[in-house]
Write a protein of this length. Structure first.
Length: 231
């Protein structure tokens, strides 16, 4: 996703409070293990959370999108990044904490891939480590035909993004962008093949990975947070 739109990503989400979200993550991780030193951010995007998390942890990031990773590396040149899918990665090391945020798991689309990804993340935890996953939309909140609008304006560019929820299995978002600059207006289209999962499906994925799990509604956003620990 975002192959053509990677450079617009941070502008579209310029209002997202990565700092407060990261502070909440640190609070949760420290409550579990005050001595935690290392963290892996799976599906890290352009490194918005890592910018703040690296102030507390030795961090690494992983994402399938090379363009997004390129932007993250430019922002955080001292941080190690990996280009890989969350379902097949093997880094040869373990971390005190692994996180997957901003509902990135929705791009897994199927229960089978969700189970595989959670197992991969769990396999990269140190004994007693903690896995934090922010879910995508709750199935009960998926409204077919819902239209969303996000905008961004600066001196050099104006962006309008409209998204429409389509009636396909487990959800799909079709997004249309209008990007205006001094050179003119460009129209871009991005289709997000997503997958919402039920609470039971998330919890089963953790259990299959050998972890105890609890759901905390007061996570980092209104979508809550699944928190897994080794059994």
């Amino acid at each position: 996703m975002y192959r053509e739109l990677a450079e617009l990503y941070d502008r579209i989400y310029s209002s997202k409070d990565y700092g407060s979200e990261s502070a909440r993550l640190i609070e949760i991780i420290e409550a579990h293990n005050p001595e935690a030193k290392t963290l892996l951010d799976v599906a890290c995007g352009t490194g918005g959370h890592l910018r703040f998390l690296r102030e507390r942890f030795e961090c690494e990031g992983l994402d399938l999108n090379e363009e997004m990773i390129g932007i993250a590396r430019a922002k955080l040149p001292e941080t190690r990044f990996h280009v890989a899918s969350m379902t097949v990665f093997e880094l040869g090391k373990r971390f005190d904490s692994v996180v997957s945020l901003f509902s990135a798991v929705g791009h897994l689309k199927t229960v089978e891939r969700l189970n595989t990804a959670v197992a991969r993340m769990a396999a990269h935890l140190e004994p007693g480590g903690i896995l934090l996953i922010e879910p995508w939309i709750d199935p009960a909140d998926w409204i077919v035909g819902h239209v969303g609008l996000d905008t961004f304006e600066s001196e050099d560019v104006s962006i309008a993004r409209m998204s429409v929820a389509e009636p396909v299995d487990r959800g799909r978002l079709v997004m249309e962008f209008l990007v205006g600059t001094k050179a003119g207006v460009t129209r871009l289209r991005d289709e997000h093949e997503m997958g919402w999962f039920t609470k039971a499906e998330y919890e089963e994925a953790f259990r299959l990975a050998g972890m105890d799990v609890r759901f905390e509604q007061s996570g980092v956003t209104t979508r809550g947070l699944y928190i897994g620990t080794a059994s």
